[in-house]
Structures are given as structure tokens and as C-alpha cells.
Design a binder for this molecule. Structure first.
Ligand SMILES: [Zn+2]
Length: 84
């Protein structure tokens, strides 16, 4: 029998005093490594309507990809390509 393993979704948190100050599961609070708008592959994109269709951010430290609205971790790219 095949076992189906459902991974529990992960969520990052934000500081109570400031909903825009994110705190990633890895401990990145934005000041240390930052967050970058990214595409489905987890590579940085310009935050424009044309390029940024996912509304996801990638953590600059651990590469977790985060849904801006729900703060759910939607994927991970340990080696993101960043814009210069
Ligand atoms: Zn992180």
C-alpha cells in the first residue's frame, strides 16, 4: 500500500506591532536578509503587474517562497536568481 504523506502547510509570522515586518521560519526578519518578489520558480522579479504575477516573496536567507496574502510557505528555492 502506498502511503500518501500530506505535508502540513507552513506559515511565517509577522510582528504584532507591524504586520509588514515579517518573520520567516528561519528567523529572517527582513532587516537581515530581506524578502524579494519572486516568480513561480522562486527567482526574483521586478514587482510590476507584468513580471510579478504570483504575488509571492522569497526569503533572502532560506529561500522559502511566501504568499503575500496568506503568509503561507508555498515552496522553496535554496538558490534563487536575484536581480542585480
Ligand atoms: Zn527564511
Amino acid at each position: 500500500m502506498k502511503k500518501i504523506i500530506m505535508k502540513r502547510p507552513e506559515f511565517i509570522t509577522h510582528y504584532k506591532s507591524n504586520p509588514h515586518a515579517w518573520r520567516c521560519i528561519c528567523g529572517n526578519n527582513g532587516d537581515d536578509y530581506g524578502y524579494y518578489p519572486c516568480n513561480k520558480k522562486g527567482n526574483e522579479v521586478e514587482p510590476t503587474v507584468k513580471d510579478w504575477t504570483t504575488k509571492w516573496y522569497i526569503c533572502g536567507n532560506c529561500g522559502r517562497m511566501i504568499d503575500r496574502d496568506t503568509l503561507e510557505v508555498v515552496g522553496r528555492n535554496p538558490h534563487p536568481k536575484l536581480l542585480a
